[in-house]
Design a protein around this ligand. Sequence first.
Ligand code: GLN
Length: 454
Amino acid sequence: ATSFNDAIVAARSLNAYTIETPDAALVAADAADAARASGDLKPLSGIPLGIKDLFATEGVDSTSGSNILRGFKPPYESTVSGKLKAAGAGMLGKLNMDEFAMGSSNETSAYGPVISPWKRNDGGNAALTPGGSSGGSAAAVSAGLAPGVTGTDTGGSIRQPAAFTGISGIKPTYGRCSRWGIVAFASSLDQAGPMARTVRDCAILLENMTGFDPKDATSLDLPVPQWEAGLSSDLKGKKVGIPKEYRIDGVPDEINAIWDRGIEWLKDAGAEVVPISLPHTKYALPTYYIIAPAEASSNLARYDGVRYGLRETPEGGNLDAMYSATREAGFGAEVKRRIMIGTYVLSAGFYDAYFNKAQKVRTLIKRDFRDAFRQCDLILTPTAPSAAFGLNEKMSDPLAMYLNDVFAVPASLAGLPAMSVPGGLDGQGLPLGLHLIGNELDEQGVLNAGLAIE
Ligand code: GLN
């Protein structure tokens, strides 16, 4: 009994869940037993899943990792989590995350950081971040606290934490998963997706998360492909592009070595590997860090102390005083930084120089990919320019934190499907991810190449 309790204490010390809902998981397990007895099992009958805290879950706290939404229990369910539940899944709880999904280390959460279950093999015991913003999701799967979870990816938040924790995660084509009921960060970039231990599990979960939703104006009106049935690690006839612009200075040799190994694995699976160029890659990170904060500053205007969550009413203050006291108390430092960047780049005097320019560069980045996919079917790169870093290592240096997204954001800006799969361990024994980018709607190609690597 002691060791069981110890295991629970150890599991909770990762801080992966913001709230646990074991009863919901048990109800689904009982329903699965009944379904098995009556012969109508559903695709996910009884499977317990963790749900990232920015999915609205009916009657259960949904706070997007923010104090401004603390205690908010939505009276409705997000389309994606609703689909998983309709497929028979149960909810284990809500998963910790960077506040409003802004971050790459899960350290901006109002609930405190998530600790990665991984440690460096240097004999030390230094706590590492699981990456972010889906850090609770990644840690939960990696530590065996959920067989599968939902994440969201605006600029890498599924892929980078998957890479840091040695699991798989896929962001589908923009529009595949409904954004309805997902707390908005940057609406033109936000996409939900699954994270799990295997590529097959990702395919199964993705099938049960996607589909047209009239409640999301950007939802794609397309049938859901049978990705699991379509899985094949035979890549004969496929061309994999290797973009030379992703060989950037300062990336550890070990990451390039894993990339080279990934190239060999794809060749072994029958693929032909071709060099490609994505010439505007170096502008992707600054473009993302203009567009994402701009959209965020607009989306976050709704947290005004009137409609949701926190309300601060200073003595004798008017409505404006309530707005600012609420936002001052409710938002963390990174969220405030994003609001300031966003309102600045959208302001009348700077709109053309920043936001408008960034939109134009985004089009060029999309064109790079369109041109590249005339020469190849898939693109292989590393997922992140480093392995998991230590807690507090980058929190005082936002630019260093942003740089960690350098390989992830181009596919986000282009709305393309992209996946991280485990590529191997570095010299410290930490996982490194390989990153597959597919053409629009080609999740199958991405999953199949992921399977070949896995
Ligand atoms: N790390 C990136 C950011 O902070 C991406 C986050 C995300 O994909 N939600 O904006």
